[in-house]
Design a protein. Sequence first.
Length: 100
Amino acid sequence: QPGSSWHRGIYGAPPVMGRCACFSLGSYELVKIIDAVGRPLEPHYSEFLAYMGGVPLRFWAGFADEEAKNLTEANHFGAAWARTMHLWCQEEGAPDIYSK
């Protein structure tokens, strides 16, 4: 899918080479595994889950609503998180993550 992977280039060189940054020093690929509304992008999503094994995961696919976005932009992270969790728990069929 176009726009689902990005090369994160990290380059450098010894100081004796001046400003040259011609050697790859840990470059890697970033791969999108969910879309903007939280739907899995296959096959990357399943590959990631298999790689992570049984580690509990939480994915972020954007702001819950405009209020949560505004709270985040104003550095009110706790309030933004509480708003997001409140909206999420209101959704029909939302899993009960706290009873485990």
